[in-house]
Design a protein around this ligand. Structure first.
Ligand SMILES: NC(=O)c1ccc[n+]([C@@H]2O[C@H](COP(=O)([O-])OP(=O)(O)OC[C@H]3O[C@@H](n4cnc5c(N)ncnc54)[C@H](O)[C@@H]3O)[C@@H](O)[C@H]2O)c1
Length: 337
């Protein structure tokens, strides 16, 4: 039986609680939040207001923690856990900034350390089928990719959790909070290292003085294999529309849209995969949190050779976002990855 704790009891923690409770072999032995009223999410469990106190409590005999915290708290809490030999399952992004991500990768790769990052959309049936079809080959040269996330977030969303609106706490806005999963899939589908990035970010909505993160971003990523990725994400759309990812090869075009993967070959488009909608989980978070958590504990138990997403793999999207922001600051000048 693995003994675990959830640190941060906000929006995403509810998904972790439900997911863990549906799995065998994992016991949640404590929860933690700096806001005491958040204990209401799991009133039956021992509550700590301070992560360090929880991690120092040897009676808990923790094997792992789940980090469901604002982005700037990922590294400090992960560091405390790793110093105590406790494994870390952290929500995306791995950290708020590139410098922090580099530090966490070094900690994660030290002997005996265990860190995995929650990019659950990698486990969606459509993502899996897309990556498998790309690996199978036979589609000709990769020409380009397009990722698009057009969602809706108002100032109320930021008022609920003010850290989300602050660059210094979140690291970015739509890119790091909403679109990172699609950016991750785009770079995975490209199957090649990014080389040059140009990007522009801005705020199209007036979200008030407390929100300084971008609500809209466009970027072009040139990959080492010559393919280009065009990426667009916004929180200024009228509603949450289906995420779209298009991967163009010479002979085949793959499209993920609305939880369906379509393959266009020889002028005929066929559906080759469909995501499963699970009740209880906001679908746009992805339905695969539980599978991701199961895989993490399989790895801890020695049943898997590696976690699905290591800290090093998760650093890629943080670096891409860092580069998009850097390019934007220079008026969309090309910057090296
Ligand atoms: N995988 C996904 O699809 C997905 C979806 C939503 C959010 N997330 C990620 O989950 C994380 C949390 O996001 P959220 O929307 O749930 O945030 P939230 O603001 O709703 O919840 C965060 C909680 O952490 C608590 N907290 C802050 N600092 C703390 C500290 N030092 N110690 C203990 N508790 C502390 C806050 O009081 C709050 O209750 C972020 O990394 C976010 O990007 C991932």
């Amino acid at each position: 039986m693995f003994r675990t704790a959830i640190i941060g009891l906000g929006t995403i923690a509810a998904i972790h609680l439900d997911a863990i409770r549906g799995l065998e072999g994992i016991e949640i032995v404590a929860v933690c939040d700096i806001q005491p009223e958040r204990h209401a999410l799991a009133p039956d469990l021992p509550f700590y207001r301070d992560a360090r106190e929880l991690l120092d409590d040897s009676r808990l005999a923790l094997d792992a923690i789940h980090i469901c915290l604002p982005h700037d708290a990922h590294l400090p809490v992960a560091r405390l856990a790793l110093e105590r030999g406790i494994a870390v399952f952290t929500e995306k992004p791995v950290t708020a900034t590139l410098a922090e991500a580099e530090e966490l990768v070094a900690l994660a790769e030290a002997p005996g350390a265990r860190v995995a990052v929650c990019f659950q959309n990698r486990l969606n049936p459509c993502s899996q089928a897309l990556l498998a079809a790309i690996r199978a080959g036979g589609h000709g040269r990769l020409l380009g990719l397009r990722g698009q996330v057009a969602w809706h977030r108002t100032s109320e969303y930021y008022a609920q959790a003010p850290w989300r609106g602050r660059m210094e706490r979140a690291g970015s806005g739509t890119l790091i909070n909403q679109a990172i999963h699609t950016l991750d899939l785009l770079q995975l589908a490209a199957g090649s290292e990014p080389v040059t990035i140009t990007g522009l970010v801005t705020q199209l909505q007036d979200l008030g003085p407390d929100v300084d993160v971008e609500d809209t971003a466009v970027a072009r990523i040139v990959f080492a294999n010559g393919a280009t990725g065009f990426f667009m994400s916004t929180n200024a759309n009228a509603l949450n529309e289906d995420v779209e990812l298009v991967v163009h090869f010479e002979k085949t075009r793959f499209t993920i849209r609305g939880g369906r993967l379509l393959q266009l070959s020889d002028g005929v488009e066929t559906r080759i995969a469909e995501d499963v909608r699970r009740s209880g989980a906001k679908f746009y978070y992805g339905a695969a949190h539980q599978d991701m958590i199961r895989a993490f504990y399989d790895w801890l138990g020695g049943d898997a050779a590696a976690p699905i997403v290591t800290a090093r793999e998760a650093l890629v999207t943080v670096r891409l976002i860092d580069r998009i922001l850097a390019s934007s600051r220079r008026g969309a000048a090309p910057v090296a990855y």
